[in-house]
Design a protein around this ligand. Sequence first.
Ligand SMILES: [Zn+2]
Ligand SMILES: [Zn+2]
Length: 233
Amino acid sequence: MLVKFVGVGTAVEGTQSCIVLEGVETKVAVDLGAGCISKVDKDLDAVFITHNHSDHNSDLIPLLKARWLLGYGELEVYGVRGTKAFLSSVLETYSYLRGKVKFKVKELRRFRVGEFDVEAIPTKHSIESQAYAIRDGENCIVISGDTYPIEEVVGYDCDVLIHEMSLPFKHETLDHTTPESFADLLDLCKAKRIVFVHLYPMARKVEREILEYLKKRRDLDYRIAREGEVLRV
Ligand SMILES: [Zn+2]
Ligand SMILES: [Zn+2]
């Protein structure tokens, strides 16, 4: 499976959240934040939205519009409870797109898209949010979305854990991840590789310190994803 880090930024800089997973016959995007539309392939089989914050979903309507203009078929959109209502309300405003953009929203805990078996895992954020565990038969990748670190995600039995690291040391938050809150769950981690995304500028400034700190707490393979980077899993 190929993992393409189309967008690893936050609401304040960079291309916002978008990770594309490409199998032999299946291509899906996890989140479509602002700025990713010009960089993402339009022929996706499905989109998995972690939560309805604009830095994770705002290029979904542009993608649907592009697919309508290109003559593509219906897009499957998976998301948390309320995703259907969210899209309906956006289309109230963009009334010219109603009936033209083709999509079906599914709010499911387990589902299959092509060769991918997927499980949605509820997470801990300021609004309803979920991580995705995606399995292709050989490997399993977990993508956290925005969350305070939780056992169900960090301890998930997977090969690669792609986790947010929004904030640097000494930040008090229950909605996002800091090096300390992530380190608290490190003993549970089963992933062989851990890749961090969604670093706010304050965290980006101390990237090296974050990686060194985690390495000292537990010697695993950590890295911070770069925009445009491709990982083969
Ligand atoms: Zn968020
Ligand atoms: Zn975010």
